[in-house]
Write a protein that binds this ligand. Structure first.
Ligand code: CUA
Length: 315
């Protein structure tokens, strides 16, 4: 189980990312070798010149050697790179699990299309957390709803731009179960830096269990405090932007909250998720994430504790 909180391009948790790591090292070592050799030739030529003027043919020899080294090494590296490209960017696989991700300012909408199988939600929405099964081909369909963002989970693969009106694909095969941190890699405005995401790769039937659980509608609030929170949710018209599936009117302008209590973070990685953090978030979202498309609650609002409790029990 890989629990890397630091996004690193050297983890290589998918074969595609592992190939990228190999390609990176071969190119870095190849380019360093070439630089050292050419600089060595230059230094030797200068050193010999200081010792006295050599013959004209001798000088041409140094020059030809300095040209021949890159002329031979660079095409070899380029050819090797072209041969390995197919492994870094695999072909379409019809059996791949397709996950659609839409970047928004400044969070990630994640969608699973289940094809409406028996007992399953036809389309499942969540936010800022992508759950995947280990060892299965995956196609991530990436687009943006507003400005240009860039999808980057270094441990799983390269960056892919997310462009409004276009869908680009990132194909990979997950290997190692674990949690991998990702980040928007294209400056997209005020909260570009707080646009993180988590990829959770499950072993065994963990992914199917996660999906079955997330496909359930939200649990009706059972305690008085949670019921009061649900009233607050309605009075504040949170449903104008958020969906709590199964409980009320819905909108997909903001993150789906049906199972928000089960996620590890809120605000696209801004705060670790617990009841107190949810309360802080609702009270003071504009302090935690200035510019987010959600207003802070009025100061001293007595209903925020109940609202935060309602949200945290949406497991
Ligand atoms: Cu989205 Cu930077």
């Amino acid at each position: 189980m890989n629990e890397s909180s630091v996004p690193s391009v050297f983890i290589g948790a998918s074969p595609e990312a592992a190939h990228s790591v190999t390609v990176t090292w071969v190119l870095v070592i190849g380019a360093t070798l070439l630089f050292v050799l050419v600089m060595g030739l230059l230094a030797a030529a200068l050193w010999r010149r200081r010792r006295g003027p050599g013959s004209a043919s001798n000088g041409r020899g140094w020059l030809l050697a300095g040209l021949a080294l890159p002329a031979v090494l660079l095409p070899v590296l380029a050819a090797w790179l072209v041969m390995n490209r197919a492994q870094v960017d695999p072909q379409h696989d019809a059996r791949a699990l397709v996950v659609s991700i839409t970047a928004r300012s400044w969070w990630w909408e994640v969608r699973y299309d289940n094809g409406g199988g028996a007992g399953e939600q036809a389309v499942l929405y969540t936010a800022n957390e992508i759950h995947l099964p280990a060892g299965r081909p995956v196609t991530l369909s990436l687009t943006s709803a507003d400005v240009i963002h860039s999808f980057w989970v270094p441990a799983l693969g390269g960056k892919v731009d997310m462009l409004p009106g276009r869908v680009l694909h990132l194909r990979l095969r997950t290997v190692e179960a674990g949690r991998y941190r990702g980040q928007c890699a294209e400056f997209c405005g005020e909260q570009h830096a707080r646009m993180a995401l988590q990829v959770v790769v499950h072993e065994g039937d963990g992914f199917d269990r996660w999906k079955a659980q997330q496909s359930q509608p939200a649990q009706a609030p059972s305690t008085p405090l949670a019921q009061q929170g649900w009233q607050e949710f309605q009075q504040r018209r949170c449903g104008a932007c958020h969906e709590v599936r199964g409980l009320g009117p819905s909108s997909r302008l903001g993150p789906d909250l049906t199972h928000v209590g089960s996620r590890s973070a809120i605000g696209a990685g801004t705060l670790r998720n617990d009841e107190q953090a949810l309360r802080d978030w609702v009270t003071d979202v504009q302090r935690h994430k200035p510019g987010a498309r959600m207003p802070s609650a009025p100061p001293g609002d007595p209903g925020t504790a109940a609202l935060a409790h309602f949200l945290s029990q949406l497991q």
